[in-house]
Structure formats: structure tokens, C-alpha cells
Design a protein around this ligand. Structure first.
Ligand SMILES: Cc1cc2nc3c(=O)[nH]c(=O)nc-3n(C[C@H](O)[C@H](O)[C@H](O)COP(=O)(O)O)c2cc1C
Length: 343
């Protein structure tokens, strides 16, 4: 992978400054936090290091008001970054303790992550740590393979937080119904110019030098087509090809999964992201990868329909799981851009 916007992926465990200052060591852990997934790769996080802890902030300047009006996806993404930070911290011998929204849920401060030193690395965490650089979202296609039931059971254990539930759906009827729900969401949303402009702003050509957003190669769009695609997406309703792609990712996956919760607030969304990223890292151990379908959850009517179908609380995310080959990662912002001084 070439280009400055991909350099974040080159982090090497052997570069850990074991004899460096606390600040240098915690800064190194953040190199793993920023490899987390985020809804349209906005990377909506900021970090401040002070003493033995890291403050994690939501960067609301990166919100998508028409695509994610409640910022659900944004907070889930921040939760994913916190998960990577905790996994990396444990790997390098810290005992991470996460305190969510210490100043209340109206504050941009999402979490204080306390990293107490002195513990020996935990082997179990090492398994997940080595997956941080291997994980990526699959947006193109799955191989024709079924995920072993023991793997699904293992993945489910990551959703062990109280009030969080994971429902697997793998029968044909459920896949048909879910594909239909996702199609209707695309039809409604992509008919709206504001939505297309908001999301289209984060689509990138295959030669992107931007540090964020979604390069179109991740969707399997050929190089030549990728140049004009973002402008065309903003201008025209391209719901047909989008629905075609998502239908494939739903029908050809091994299983669909829906994350639901008892509560529906920023804390819940952040914790959902934390659990989700642990699940994704665990899945990567087995070369199981995921594709996400946030769209029906962003539309109240379709979310209610899904809620009635799953009947286990508020739906937060639909995703599919399947075996997929590794592919080019997506760009990341340089660490310097996301570290702030705490006022
Ligand atoms: C909470 C959350 C929601 C997401 N929703 C979608 C989605 O609806 N559609 C989609 O194609 N990708 C979705 N993604 C995947 C992101 O686009 C992806 O993480 C980002 O482009 C970075 O790529 P990577 O995961 O391969 O590193 C979502 C990711 C997160 C964390």
C-alpha cells in the first residue's frame, strides 16, 4: 500500500517505545485506535493524553446530519476506536479501564480510558491485537462458504454487555426480508438530494490522496469509473446499482446479524461500537469479515418494522458475516490530526 494516507496501517509492534515516557507509550497505543472502522470512514474521534489516561472525544465536526441525524453511527464508531485502544493497551501490558461519559452524555468527552501500567500482556488479548491491522470491512463480495457454528458462538460472546443483544438470521426468508428492507431504505434515502450530497462527500476515487472517506475500490468499482462516480452519486439517484450490490452481500453471506439494545442513547451506541469491534476482531481471526447496512436504522418507519421483526429492543446495526479474502485497506488520518491538547 502506497501513499501517505495509508501509512497508518504500517504501524509495527516492534516500534513500541517500551522505555519511552508514559506519553510516548500511550501515543503509540493510539496508532492502533485510529485503525478502527467508522461510518463512511469519517474517523470522528479526537484524543488527549494526560498522565496515565487518554480522553476520547467525539468529533461532531465530522457528523453527517442527513445520513446519521442522531449521530448513532458516529458514537458507535468512537466505541470501535475505544475497543482498539483497550485491546492494544492490554497487549502492551496495561490494565485498561474505560469510564464512559464522565461529564454526562451531553459532553463531547465520550470516555476516559485509564491505562494503569505494570500488568503482563494477556495472551487472549494478543489474539485480538494481531487482528487490528488485518480487519477490514467487506463491501464487494463473499466467498461461497459457511461460517462454522462454533465461530458464531464465539463471536456472540463479545456482545456480552448488559442490555445488548445479537440475533443471527441465516434462513432464506430472513435474508429476503432483510434485503427488501435495505432496498426500501436505499430507495427512500437516495431519492433525496441532501442525503446523496451528504454521503457522496465521503466517496473517493480509487486514487484518493485524502486521509478519510470511502475509496470506491472497496465497493469493487473499477478505477476508470471511480473518477466520476462521487459527482454522479451526488447528482443522480443511483439506488439501483447500490441495491444490487447490497442484495448480493445479504443473499451471499453466511449469516446476517442484528445488534439490538434495551436503551437508545449515546452511551448505548458507544458501548455497541465497543462490543462490535471486539466481535469484528475476533471474526478476523477466522478470516470472517463483515458488511454493514445502517440505512434502515436511519429511517424511523423501517427501524420500527425491524424492531417488531427482531423483538429484542432497539435495532442499532444490521451486518452480514461471511468468509472473504483480505483486500486493500481504507485511508486513515495521521495521528497528529486527531491528538489534541486538553483545555
Ligand atoms: C457503526 C458503523 C456503521 C457502518 N455502516 C456502514 C454502512 O451502512 N454501509 C457501508 O457500506 N459501510 C458501513 N460501515 C463501514 C465503513 O464504511 C468502514 O468501516 C470504513 O469505510 C472504513 O473501512 P474499514 O472498515 O475497511 O477500515 C460502517 C462502519 C461502522 C463502524
Amino acid at each position: 500500500m502506497t501513499g501517505k494516507n495509508y501509512e497508518a496501517w504500517d504501524v509495527k509492534e516492534s516500534d513500541y517505545p517500551a522505555d519511552g515516557s508514559m506519553e510516548e507509550r500511550l501515543k503509540f497505543l493510539l496508532r492502533y485506535a485510529i485503525l478502527a472502522p467508522s461510518g463512511p470512514n469519517t474517523q470522528p474521534w479526537k484524543f488527549a493524553i494526560h498522565g496515565g489516561s487518554i480522553s476520547v472525544f467525539a468529533d461532531l465536526g465530522r457528523a453527517l446530519p442527513f445520513v446519521d441525524p442522531s449521530n448513532r453511527t458516529l458514537y458507535m464508531s468512537v466505541g470501535c476506536a475505544i475497543a482498539n485502544l483497550a485491546v492494544a493497551g492490554a497487549h502492551f501490558g496495561f490494565a485498561p479501564g474505560v469510564s464512559y461519559f464522565p461529564d454526562g452524555q451531553e459532553s463531547d468527552l465520550v470516555a476516559e480510558v485509564q491505562l494503569s501500567p505494570g500488568r503482563r500482556p494477556v495472551d487472549g488479548q494478543k489474539g485480538l491485537f494481531s487482528q487490528i491491522q488485518r480487519r477490514h470491512t467487506t463491501k464487494d463480495r463473499y466467498e461461497n462458504a459457511t461460517i462454522e457454528p462454533f465461530i458464531l458462538k464465539e463471536l456472540e460472546r463479545n456482545i456480552s454487555l448488559p442490555g445488548l443483544y445479537l440475533t443471527y438470521l441465516s434462513d432464506k426468508d430472513s435474508k429476503d426480508k432483510m434485503a427488501d428492507l435495505v432496498s426500501r431504505a436505499h430507495q427512500t434515502q437516495l431519492a433525496k438530494k441532501e442525503f446523496r450530497h451528504n454521503l457522496g462527500k465521503w466517496l473517493r476515487s480509487n486514487w484518493t490522496t485524502e486521509p478519510d472517506g470511502m475509496p470506491l475500490y472497496t465497493f469493487g468499482v473499477p478505477d476508470a469509473l471511480s473518477l466520476g462516480f462521487p459527482a454522479a452519486f451526488k447528482e443522480f439517484d443511483l439506488s439501483r446499482p447500490v441495491i444490487y450490490r447490497d442484495s448480493g452481500l445479504i443473499h451471499d453471506c453466511s449469516t446476517l446479524a442484528v445488534l439490538t439494545t434495551d436503551q437508545d442513547d449515546r452511551l448505548t451506541w458507544t458501548m455497541c461500537g465497543f462490543a462490535l469491534e471486539n466481535l469484528l476482531l475476533q471474526a478476523t481471526v477466522y478470516d470472517v469479515r463483515a458488511s454493514f447496512f445502517s440505512q434502515p436504522i436511519g429511517l424511523p418507519i423501517l427501524r420500527e418494522e425491524l424492531k417488531a421483526r427482531i423483538n429484542r429492543g432497539h435495532p442499532q446495526l444490521i451486518f452480514s458475516l461471511g468468509m472473504a479474502k483480505p483486500m486493500r485497506p481504507s485511508p486513515r488520518r495521521p495521528l497528529e490530526d486527531v491528538i489534541i491538547k486538553r483545555s
